[in-house]
Design a protein. Structure first.
Length: 579
């Protein structure tokens, strides 16, 4: 049986004896070859002259949870007088493990750290320390043949975010990672790409470093810009513009008189004014009582109160503080604009006022808002999914206790007091922004409009088709940029690259500051962008491979060197193909 096990290792070996030694199985093995060649990288000439006989322990894969030790004998003379290697073994020089054992160690260490792999292997009767495993990984030869690589995609990844980065290369034909380097600088990437002489297609993102490196190293290769980054960067630019243009909550008119009555009656003075206003418009006492959910006798009392005796409405402390801050901001803007009109440069205005250069540039914009877009913006909470239901039911005169019982059946877990606080804040907010507006309004969160950049209207919660149409009436520019985004999405997947020039002209006419850098980037890389429309190549494989790299880094607890990271990553690609 032991002879069959040895023959699985090498057909030219035979076992001469076998015995137990503590927790190990020891087999004495010799070669049945008469001639043995001088090993690489020396002359390779065969030799039959024996130098000496000795014993050398080689560790093999365990058998029956016992460590397997092979004892090899014989050292040979090299007959070539010009060879520097005078004697040699018939096994690898300095070798302590068989190739099949090394393979098992490497496969075990791919998915875990060297410390964990060493512990696991020791439970399987394999003696391999963490340092030895790292040495074996670093000695791994290159797996990919660079001369056969023709289509690749490249992308950057972070060793340490915002500090050091590397670049990964993925073969578009085999879907495997074939190489990485520890830089994303143009010169290093250029030299790296030159090592692959037959590249025909290079898919990349819009980074100028990769564009320059690809053009210098392979000027004839087809460069393709990644479609995902094209769409994402456009969406981000438009979203940034919308956050500057729109308040945190957009007010649109609502046709419900009950909601108007609810918002306009946050205190006794407002209830009296609302009743007298409706009476002057010809509304009957009974209808006013229904709107205010009060008795007719109470409404008659409201109507009998003289105007000079109606309690005045006063702003609360938070409203007064907000008004003061808006006034201070307006004064700062006027001061900056005055200095600019007088001929002062932006750097000088920055020094005189203490503002940053970015803030000075914002103050000089004509459309820069004085109001705070985040004022009265509520954080999401337990009540957020039920806000519209609470407002609707409260406008119908339903008590807070009944509303609480209703929404609790739908999954609400908050208290009744939260409903009262919410309605008071909602009335205050409604009143603060609609003092000069007679019609009642409802609100759309700005984030809902921004979600339309990435989702369809029916997939956006918190906004209906009617609300969307009302928002377009109030902010027609949103409809233009939304149509611009959808048109670009259609062009990218239409295979008609000639339509891109028309789209760029349309986008330039809008004169949106946040969109201009994106348009300039398209113009500077127009050839690669058009190739992304015509050809199916993309950077998806490289983007997904970055997650693999992060996983290996985390498995190694971030303590692996670049050489070790590269070895584990390429070895993982060789034995396991996930893409």
């Amino acid at each position: 049986m032991e002879q069959e096990l040895i023959r699985l290792l090498d057909e030219d070996l035979e076992c001469t004896s076998c015995h137990w030694k503590k927790d190990s199985i020891v087999m004495e093995v010799r070669s049945i070859k008469n001639q043995i060649r001088c090993p690489y990288p020396y002359c390779g000439r065969p030799s039959t002259k024996v130098h000496s006989a000795y014993q050398r322990e080689i560790q093999d894969i365990p058998f029956l949870d016992k460590q397997m030790i092979l004892l090899f004998t014989r050292k040979m003379f090299c007959k070539n007088p010009g060879c520097e290697h005078k004697t040699f073994d018939f096994v690898a020089p300095n070798g302590k493990k068989t190739k099949r054992l090394v393979k098992r160690i490497l496969i075990t260490s791919i998915k875990m750290s060297s410390v964990s792999a060493s512990y696991l292997l020791k439970t399987e009767a394999v003696q391999a320390g963490k340092s030895r495993i790292c040495d074996l990984l670093k000695k791994m030869p290159e797996i990919a043949d660079k001369s056969f690589v023709k289509k690749v995609c490249v992308d950057d990844f972070a060793f340490r975010k915002r500090y050091t980065y590397g670049t990964v290369m993925v073969d578009l034909d085999s879907h495997r990672i074939i190489d990485i380097i520890d830089s994303r600088e143009t010169k290093q990437v250029e030299n790296w790409l030159l090592a692959y002489p037959n590249l025909e297609v290079i898919s990349r993102d819009g980074a100028q470093a990769y564009a320059s490196a690809a053009s210098r190293s392979h000027p004839e290769a087809l460069q393709v810009s990644d479609r995902f980054h094209l769409l994402k960067n456009l969406s981000d630019s438009i979203e940034k513009y919308l956050y500057r243009l729109l308040p945190s909550r957009l007010s649109i008119p609502t046709g419900s008189p009950e909601c108007q009555a609810l918002y306009d009656t946050r205190n006794r003075g407002e209830r009296i004014r609302f009743a007298q206003k409706k009476r002057s418009e010809g509304t009957t006492v009974n209808d006013i009582a229904l709107l205010l959910h009060s008795s007719t006798s109470t409404i008659l009392k409201y109507l009998a109160i003289p105007k000079d005796q109606i309690p005045e409405s006063r702003e609360n402390a938070r409203e007064r503080q907000y008004i003061r801050s808006m006034k201070n901001k307006q004064d700062k803007m006027e001061g900056v604009r005055t200095l600019y009109i007088q001929g002062h440069a932006i750097d000088e205005i920055t020094r005189l006022t203490g503002h940053t250069s970015l803030m000075v540039k914002n103050y000089l914009k004509e459309d820069y808002p004085v109001t705070n877009g985040n004022y009265d913006q509520r954080r999401p909470g337990k009540l957020t999914p039920y806000e519209k239901v609470v407002i609707q039911m409260r406008s119908q005169g339903i008590t807070y206790r009944e509303i609480h019982e209703c929404i609790c059946r739908q999954g609400y877990t908050g208290t009744i007091a939260s409903l009262r606080v919410f309605m008071q804040k909602e009335r205050t907010h409604q009143k603060s922004i609609s003092k000069n507006r007679s019609a009642a309004v409802e609100y759309i969160p700005r984030k809902c409009l921004c979600q339309l950049l990435y989702h369809k209207l029916e997939d956006v919660k918190g906004m209906t088709q009617d609300q969307y149409e009302e928002a377009l009436k109030k902010y027609p520019i949103f409809g233009q940029v939304y149509s611009l985004l959808k048109e670009f999405h259609r062009i990218v997947f239409s295979k008609h690259d000639e339509e891109l020039d028309t789209w760029i002209n349309s986008a330039e006419k809008l004169q949106i500051e946040e969109l201009n850098p994106y348009i300039n980037g398209l113009k500077n890389d127009i050839s690669a962008v058009k190739n992304s429309i015509k050809y199916p190549y993309n950077n998806g494989l490289a983007e997904g491979s970055v997650n693999k790299i992060k996983l290996i880094k985390r498995v190694m607890y971030g303590r692996n060197s670049f050489l070790l990271l590269k070895a584990k990553l390429l070895l993982n690609e060789f034995y396991y193909q996930i893409n």
